[in-house]
Design a protein around this ligand. Structure first.
Ligand code: C2E
Ligand code: CA
Ligand code: CA
Length: 243
């Protein structure tokens, strides 16, 4: 797919919960297979991880994200940071720093326009190593977020030490926010903890106005989900209502 240039990136808006203004975008990978059509990442990321192909694929995503962030900037849309998902293998790869630097440099993209999402499970095998990797990344001006928060090994001692800016609350807690008091309690607790640690919060998978209203009441900073938009190709992203 890489050779045949069949990979595509779609972008999903992340908006401010109160103002509903766009704050950033998440880049999500798709495989435009000539026979199967649009293949979602769940169907190929694991294979790419196991084969090691995730490294060149991940580098391609980094490059495309930097080019897009720079293009939007040049089109006068202001700074729309783009968040890229890192895989475990990429995060452990010694050439990660060089790949990030080269993607930014080739696109002439300011480092503040690139954000990287990592999951809790990626850091548990070797927390010290992970901490060093994170510190090197943030030293370049690229921001880090913890993705799918609450589903992995939510270690509070890590959270205290890691140089991350954002916590993304996993979709599984947002799904039944309107009907499940336990989910509400969990989201409430994550938000309180995150804010006391000085982290920005993003709720994933916001699909309804009811969920959005609750997240506003609970004080979540940002929201992402089908209620605002599905992930879309860059030209459609620009056409989204930005009011
Ligand atoms: P993720 O990082 O948690 O990304 C969010 C997923 O939730 C995306 O699925 C997105 O389309 C979906 N989503 C967003 N809003 C809603 C909503 O309101 N309702 C529902 N039901 N789903 C929503 P997608 O694009 O299929 O990606 C799945 C996973 O694949 C991602 O989860 C991420 O872990 C991985 N992935 C995607 N792109 C890349 C990439 O470039 N590199 C790596 N390593 N992994 C990637
Ligand atoms: Ca993500
Ligand atoms: Ca996520």
């Amino acid at each position: 797919a890489l050779e045949q240039q069949e990979f595509r990136i779609v972008f999903q808006p992340i908006v401010n919960t109160i103002t509903r203004k766009l704050s950033s975008a998440e880049a999500l990978l798709r495989w435009q297979d000539p026979e199967r059509g649009m293949v979602p990442p769940a169907h190929f990321i694991t294979v790419a991880e196991e084969s090691g192909l995730i490294i060149p694929i991940g580098n391609w995503v980094l490059q495309q994200a930097c080019l897009q962030a720079r293009a939007w900037y040049d089109q006068g849309l202001g700074a729309i940071p783009i968040a890229v998902n890192l895989s475990a293998r990429q995060f452990q790869d010694p050439s990660l720093d060089a790949s990030i630097a080269s993607a930014l440099q080739q696109a002439q993209c300011p480092s503040e326009l690139l954000q990287l999402e990592i999951t809790e499970s990626m850091v548990i095998h070797d927390a010290e190593q992970a901490l060093q990797t994170m510190q090197r990344i943030v030293a370049t001006g690229v921001q880090l977020s913890i993705d799918d928060f609450g589903t992995g090994y939510s270690s509070l001692s890590y959270l205290k030490r890691f140089p991350v800016k954002k916590l993304k609350i996993d979709r599984s807690f947002v799904n039944e926010l309107e009907t499940d008091a336990n989910d509400r309690a969990i989201v409430d607790a994550i938000l309180t903890l995150a804010h006391k640690l000085g982290l920005r919060t993003v709720a994933e998978g916001v699909e309804t106005l009811g969920q959005l209203t609750l997240l506003q009441q609970l004080g979540c900073d940002e929201c992402q989900g089908y209620y605002f938009s599905k992930p879309v190709p860059a030209p459609e992203f620009l056409a989204l209502d930005r009011s």
